[in-house]
Structure formats: C-alpha cells, structure tokens
Design a protein. Structure first.
Length: 148
C-alpha cells in the first residue's frame, strides 16, 4: 500500500532522464514494498513544475541538470485510480553523460527508507517500472516518442 499525501502546491513532476547507459529509475521507499519509478515527486511552497523536476532529479539520482536542458513533454491532471487532485508534469532530460557516473552507488537516506538508482535500457524499461501511474506515463505516446 502506498502512503501518498496531497502535495502542498498541487504540482507533481517526474523526469525521464536518458543518458548513454540507460534511463534512470529510482526505488521509491514510500510503498510497503519499495517500487521502481522515474525520478520525481511533489512540489512544495511556490515551486514551479520545472523547479520540482530539477530538485527531485538532483535529490534522487545525484544528477544536476541545467533547467534549460529539461524538456516539458506532458501535463496531465489526476491519474485514473488516484485519490489526489494535482497537476502532473513530465520532463525529459537527454544527456551525453554516463548517468552511471552520477548514480552508481548514490543513495539518499530518508526517514522511511532508501532511494536507490538503477539504469535500465530502453528495451527493458516498460517491464522495470513498478509504480502504476509511472507505468501509465510510459504508455503515453509523447513519452515513447521522446525515448526514441
């Protein structure tokens, strides 16, 4: 079971981070059994969707992108099956970097667990994503075209 709280500013953002060595996924410790998802999370205070995306990518993977490197590829209100009303933004980040240089061994210690990072080839991405609304995101045509 997921312990999800409504975000304080009504914004959530995820980042599809693609590097030379794969797409970054993080293990979300907020689930009873932690699940793999794209980096991202809820906004706080006056954060813009872009601010949330940059902060969450940095916090969860160690990758620090320039805001201009993030491409806004999707905006969606409330996912089917979700109990929360918020605007969900998806950003894409393509880099020539080996994300593994930033992410391998990178752990963010939280009060409720540890977020671990793994890099997945595009071929195995759909079967690697475990969080339901992130799976739904992956199936969106805008995301698939961004991955190509």
């Amino acid at each position: 079971m997921f312990t999800h709280k409504v975000c304080s500013n009504g914004i959530a953002a995820v980042v599809i981070a693609i590097g030379r060595d794969g797409v970054a996924l993080v293990k979300d410790p907020l689930w009873e059994t932690p699940q793999w998802k794209f980096p991202g999370g809820k906004g706080v205070g006056n954060e813009s969707p872009l601010d949330v995306a940059v902060r969450k990518l940095r916090e969860e993977t160690g990758v620090v992108p320039e805001p201009v490197e993030l491409i806004h590829i999707l905006e969606k209100k409330r996912f089917e099956g979700s109990e929360n009303e918020h605007m969900f933004h998806v950003f894409g980040f393509k880099t020539g970097l080996y994300l593994g240089e930033c992410a391998v061994g990178f752990e963010v210690w939280r009060t409720k667990g540890v977020e671990l990072v793994k890099l997945v080839s595009r071929r195995f991405l759909e079967t690697s994503i475990e969080v339901p609304n992130h799976k739904a995101l992956f199936r969106d045509c805008n995301i698939r075209s961004f991955l190509e």
